[in-house]
Design a protein around this ligand. Sequence first.
Ligand SMILES: [Zn+2]
Ligand SMILES: [Zn+2]
Length: 297
Amino acid sequence: MLPPDGHVHTEWSWDAAAGSMERSCARAVELGLPSIAFTEHADFTGWLIAPGVRARMRQKNAARIGPGNSFRPPPLDAAAYLACVQRCRDLFPGLRILSGAELGEPHWHEAQVKALLNAGSFDRVLGSVHSLEFDGTRLVDLLFDQAQPADLIRAYLAEALRLVESTAPFAVLAHIDYPLRHWPKEAGRFDPAVFEDEYRTVLAALARSGRALEVNATVPLPPVIVRWWYESGGADLVFGSDAHEPSAVARRFADLAAAAEAAGFRPGRHPHDFWRRNPGAGRSRPRPRPGPPPSFT
Ligand SMILES: [Zn+2]
Ligand SMILES: [Zn+2]
């Protein structure tokens, strides 16, 4: 059985034009998933955007574009979204459906986060970094034009550390590898070992905070980072497709589950639980350092 999908977007996320909660549930049932979490975007950060991006965004989000090339993502309609979750629970009684939200930079927006989470019941809350302060607040996706890739990775992990060390109310750190989605080909193959100290610092803080790490399927997350999570004392692991359309639900999950098992994690007691660290998995394994960097695809 595939692990639960803990990170799915539907028509209730502002950037998921092809999303559908009902068809994502149907896909989950078809795949035999024990559970699915609809973690819709709650982005409170406004971004500076380049003129070309502004033109593309204007087509669908004209009202959100302000003066000076600023863009403010639309809010999540919590009441309507939660009503849709309830409708899907009625339609798919055999599937465990979790409500949720993916909070963008929740450590920057304490009051707004609190207001959202008080507006209803959210079973699964993800914490994400999508933006960095970089000559203004910018979406990480658009920053590779303006900064050295290695500097961006380090800036991203520094912000992820501030998020993890904050008291923001989230249970899972989403996509620690988010900037790799835009890693430029000209920079060569991405090697996590170059940033091992920075990754380990975030992972150790995450473990201390008692929160879980997400294995995001988009890049996908390099398996060595899951191993570092194990070695940092990380207890819980969650798989997330980050699907923005039904066909992407649980994408790559068989491979990701096999890699997570090799890194020292195993399914929880119930099929819908977080995966847990396997206490015996670390003993016979050599630590990955010193030695040549492993391969990451
Ligand atoms: Zn995200
Ligand atoms: Zn997402």
